[in-house]
Ligand binder design. Structure first.
Ligand code: GCB
Length: 595
């Protein structure tokens, strides 16, 4: 599935704006495809939860309905007409005038429907989109639905961020020619000063393919014919962290001599390699600095917003961060495109967060159920996870910014069944994309002596909270624990190690001369302590702090208006630690301090 773009042969209409809206109510059976008799309107793109002053809507579990009229442009006669939703969290059902045209499970990846047979060019139709926010043990991420003593349906889940739902990304109507490109894959290599570009194009209908590689000025630098092949760019400009350079593979589909479809696919020429304990980009050791992030802002929830996108990347540059992880789900494609253009390195994570019943048992004191069993994470969960990986790799494989796939956050990798669950998923990811390393972010219960899956992966990504959840308020002890454990991982595996989460909740404005948790000084000293340890261990290839900014959490968790581990507040003001990070990261340019 190609991202919609306007070209000489393709047109596009954006359907964002205000849509009629309501949650599914008893008097309106599901699915609801009639006219939505609601006075509510919801903004798209945005999660619906925080737009209304209504606990009933915010805490709703189940379907919600969005509806609007859509006019098809007159000139689209003879073309295929496609509806595309960039995301519908977590399940979407799309109706054109009451007919179901598409449904999709998985809240953070796009899906589309060819609606040519249901609409006419120049005519209009009623578009209804159902979104369902339910999480079960067979969805990614997983969750549980229960009915409380008052008869209300309740959703619980094993991650702390709020379960925002709705149409958080754009909706598009677009036209494509009947004979067209339907998928483009680009893999690059470097041979001396030559960029080697392998491409593969899928075509619908009987058409021939030719490709041209254009540089950033639009000048043709290479060309080829055929649906797959290799072209070479002499004196190639490489895509480098902090110094992005993008080429365009201009795909043309021909019938006879006529160009019937044009699709431009941007790409960067660069290589990724894990060698020993090094992570190499274009053959040079790379040191990650940055954050785990969230798609999270006030009122919009997980709604994509270009102004926040620009500002967040400005802050990344200001603080000297060269990377982030898309914790804990795939981000909007606009974010990935922006990272490509601005040379920010991305660890691309699936939505597989919370495959770990040990964490909840730890928090509630309830007996520990096995995470991997027929009643908990089972074959259906694994199948949903595999499908999600397929869709993620298909969507993001051409982004030069993506340097590694992270297939899960904090799974129960210390429990029986973890290996059986994960080995096929690692193999699948590597078969889909042999060019990128694969990792998972390991939970603190998974230690060098009990983790069952670390050897399957290329990079050890560790989430650790010494000085916060363990040894809180005693940074001297925390430093000993941290260094002790990290040296064991290094000795056992000899792989590149990246601290994928470490952080301390911090209340802006709270100050102390002591090691006082929640104070701005504590966050600063906590981070400094970690950096001393990373700098002493050669296997460390990076540090990504939890979190870039404060973010909203679920009601059922002990937090003060959300998770406050942000180095920036939810409205992106720096806490004191931001300044010390800036001093550490400035001028590193991807090198480890002291290297
Ligand atoms: C973690 C999770 C992350 C949480 C964080 C915390 O280990 O991966 O999603 O937000 O801890 O702050 O507790």
């Amino acid at each position: 599935m190609l991202k919609p773009q306007a070209t000489a042969t393709r047109e596009i209409v954006n359907l964002d704006g205000l849509w009629r809206f309501d949650i599914a109510r008893e008097e309106r059976p599901t699915p609801w495809t009639g006219v939505l008799d609601s006075t509510l309107e919801a903004a798209v793109p945005a999660s619906y939860n925080d737009q209304f002053v209504s606990a009933e809507i915010r805490d709703h579990v189940g379907w919600a309905w969005y509806q609007r009229m859509v006019r098809v442009p007159r000139g689209w006669h003879g073309d295929r007409i496609v509806l595309r939703l960039d995301s519908a969290t977590h399940e979407g059902a799309v109706y054109v005038d009451g007919t179901l045209v598409a449904s999709h499970v998985g809240g953070y990846l796009p899906f589309e429907a060819d609606i040519t047979d249901h609409v006419t060019a120049g005519g209009q139709f009623q578009l209804t989109v159902g979104v369902n926010n339910e999480l079960t043990n067979e969805t990614i991420p997983p969750g549980t639905i229960s009915v409380d003593m008052k008869g209300r349906r309740k959703q619980t889940y094993l991650h702390d961020f709020y379960n925002y739902a709705g149409l958080a990304r754009s909706v598009w109507l677009y036209s494509v020619p009947t004979v067209r490109a339907t998928a483009v894959e680009v893999v690059t290599g470097i041979d001396g000063t030559t960029g080697v570009v392998d491409y593969a194009i899928q075509v619908e209908g009987a058409g021939d393919v030719r490709v041209r590689v254009l540089d950033q000025q639009g000048v043709e630098v290479a060309a080829g014919v055929g649906a797959s092949g290799r072209v070479e760019v002499t004196d190639a400009r490489l895509w480098n962290p902090g110094a992005a350079y993008l080429y365009t593979l201009q795909v043309e589909v021909l019938v006879g001599d006529e160009v019937v479809d044009v699709y431009p696919q941007t790409f960067g020429i660069r290589t990724i390699e894990v060698r020993g304990a090094e992570f190499l980009i274009n053959g040079t050791p790379f040191y990650f600095t940055g954050f785990g992030k969230h798609e999270d802002t006030a009122i919009r929830g997980k709604g994509h917003d270009d102004a926040y996108l620009v500002h967040d990347f400005q802050l990344l540059e200001w603080i000297g961060a060269n990377s982030f992880r898309t914790s804990h789900y795939p981000y909007a494609e606009e974010v990935m495109d922006f990272a490509d253009r601005h040379g920010i390195v991305v660890i691309d994570e699936t939505a597989a967060v919370g495959l770990n019943l040990g964490v909840s048992a730890g928090l509630t004191g309830e007996p520990n159920k096995p995470t991997f069993s027929p009643e908990t994470c089972n074959d259906a969960t694994q199948a949903a996870h595999a499908q999600h990986i397929r869709e993620l790799v298909a969507r993001d494989r051409n982004h030069p910014s993506v340097v590694m796939w992270c297939i899960a956050n904090e799974p129960a990798s210390n429990e029986d069944g973890a290996r059986e669950y994960f080995e096929p998923l690692v193999n699948l990811t590597k078969a889909l994309d042999p060019t990128r390393p694969v990792c998972y972010a390991a939970v603190m219960f998974a230690q060098p002596d009990n983790d069952k899956i670390a050897d399957l992966f290329d990079v050890l990504c560790l989430n650790r909270y010494y000085g916060w959840y363990v040894g809180v308020g005693d940074l001297e002890l925390a430093e000993m624990y941290l260094e002790g454990e990290m040296r064991q991982w290094a000795a056992k595996y000899g792989k590149p190690m990246l601290m994928a989460e470490y952080g301390a909740d911090t209340m802006p404005g709270l100050h102390s001369v002591w090691d006082m948790p929640w104070s701005e000084e504590y966050q600063r000293d906590y981070l400094d302590m970690h950096h001393r340890v990373f700098d002493r261990i050669p296997e460390f290839v990076g540090e990504q702090i939890w979190n870039f900014a404060d973010f909203q959490t679920t009601n059922g968790i002990h937090r003060v208006d959300g998770n406050k581990k942000g180095v920036f507040t939810r409205d992106r003001k720096p806490k004191a630690a931001a300044h010390t990070l800036r001093a550490r990261w400035a001028g590193l340019e991807g090198r480890k301090p002291g290297a």
